[in-house]
Design a protein around this ligand. Sequence first.
Ligand code: SF4
Length: 261
Amino acid sequence: MDATTAAGQVPGPGDPGFPAHHAPRCAGLAELDARLTGCRACPRLVAWREEVAQVKRAAFQDQEYWGRPVPGFGPPDAAVAVVGLAPAAHGGNRTGRMFTGDAAGDFLFTALHTVGLASRPTSVHAGDGLSLRGVRLTSPVHCAPPANRPTPGERDTCRAWLAAELDLLSPGLRAVVALGGFGWQALLPVLADAGWQLPRPRPVFGHGAHVVLPATARRPELHLLGAYHPSQRNTFTGRLTMPMLAGVLREAATVAGLPAS
Ligand code: SF4
């Protein structure tokens, strides 16, 4: 991916090369999050996130939507990363925090709280005082996409943010949980780019999948785990139950050396 514009200039927020240029240059997660929230590299997603923030859902008419890229949430020294798909239009795109303000987020936070990794079982708004212990939530695409479906191009453009985030976390990162097949597929090339060795053939996504990526000269050993995404389609149908999700999170916490209940 080009890191500069055709004219050789440093890309601005609306240039496709903005993430690839700026993300690897961020010195820490605070800088990365600040840069990320100004990103406008995907015209379709910028238009959608801002339209949703203006039109709003009837139940949230009195609220001011975030309407921008949603950064990762959790401590900068997290030992476990949980990687979803993308913010929801009226969830993260409304509240400005990952998995906050919708049913999928409530399901995930209940599971995290059950295992002892979240201070509360619900995630209502960015100022609710909720905290995570040893876990950072993030996603391969940071803007809400129409119909929850980013294009491959949008996914690839946004990938630089996730790659840099995992790189900054990597000294203490011991496990990554991918929520759903999209997160899993988006994560594999990022891990490879970041220096971890992926087995061949590439590991296949499934709920309960658990692959150990061996340590390299640059990276410690990393556990990659899969879990079904806590979307309503999965939770309402019973495809994903609370014990199933809590079980994978508990396994990730255990291998990462976090105390889990
Ligand atoms: Fe930027 Fe990612 Fe949002 Fe695209 S999806 S505009 S790369 S933050």
